[in-house]
Unconditional design. Structure first.
Length: 277
């Protein structure tokens, strides 16, 4: 009886292995998602249209929504919005970065809003980044080593030449450098599966984050991808994201531990902490 049980157990093990291999053969994407989900936090419906997040401390995350000129402070421990800071009455807010006591908010038109002392009656300043509105500014992150804000754009005046720029805004001069900090090569082999598409649409930056090591991570919502650019601008790496895990990844923010927060706004808004492998 024991021998039969062992034989049956062995047959089941072989069958499971065959099924797994068969699944991977029929679903080649199974092995390409090189990340691990660490934690998930559901957000209230009020934050459904969130387009930018930035961690404040271990419990609090700042959020900006697309069409409301308010900064929301969400507490992941109490699962509640503990503060709402109003600063404007406009639309098209696309990303957010908190640096100590100052909040920086990006608008699609290429306008940067600074909320100095954002927690207590903030002092508001605006800066026009670009001299045109075609670039569709979508991503904002901070480079502590150079004291600059890094801006990603979905469109670029140079995209007809097969590239899109990532630009830097000096916190000292309050001016943007029109020479791209980094250029995304749209005709790269990384996007070869979309070689029949017009190059401008092969990669569409929606958000950007810079980690402690100086690496840029650029999120493409449409294609469910994160492009990692090393600090020395060597060959970039493309991370594909499962549409099951991330139906609509809207924005990305790096953490001190090397992980990332990605906000997904598909059905119910949620923040997902993940670790890239």
């Amino acid at each position: 009886m024991k021998k039969k049980s062992m034989i049956l157990s062995g047959m089941i093990s072989v069958l499971v292995t065959i099924l797994i291999l068969s699944f991977r053969t029929k679903n080649p994407e199974y092995d390409i998602f090189k990340y691990q989900i660490i934690d998930t936090w559901n957000l209230p419906p009020q934050l459904k249209n969130t387009t930018g997040i930035s961690k404040i401390d271990k419990e609090r995350i700042a959020c900006i929504t697309k069409n409301e000129g308010s900064l929301f402070i969400y507490n992941i421990k109490t699962k509640s919005i503990e503060n709402k800071i109003e600063f404007g009455h406009s639309t098209n807010y696309t990303d957010l970065e908190i640096i100590e006591n100052t909040a920086y908010i990006l608008k699609k038109e290429g306008i940067l809003i600074r909320l100095k002392n954002y927690k207590n009656k903030p002092e508001i300043n605006e800066y026009q980044l670009f001299n045109d509105s075609i670039r569709n500014a979508t991503g904002l992150t901070y480079d502590a080593k150079t004291n600059r804000l890094i801006i990603a754009v979905k469109n670029d005046k140079f995209q007809h030449k097969g590239r899109k720029g990532v630009y830097a805004f000096s916190m000292t001069t309050k001016q943007i450098d029109f020479n791209a900090e980094y250029e995304i090569e749209l005709k790269s082999e990384l996007f070869s599966e979309r070689k029949n598409e017009e190059s401008a649409y092969r990669f569409l930056p929606n958000a950007i984050s810079k980690d402690a090591d100086g690496n840029l991570h650029i999120l493409d919502t449409k294609h469910h991808e994160v492009l990692k650019v090393s600090a020395n601008n060597k060959k970039p790496t493309l991370y594909k994201m499962s549409r099951h895990d991330f139906p609509h990844p809207e924005t990305i923010s790096s953490l001190e531990n090397g992980n990332f927060l990605i906000l997904d706004t598909a059905e119910k808004p949620k923040i997902i902490e993940l670790k890239l492998k």
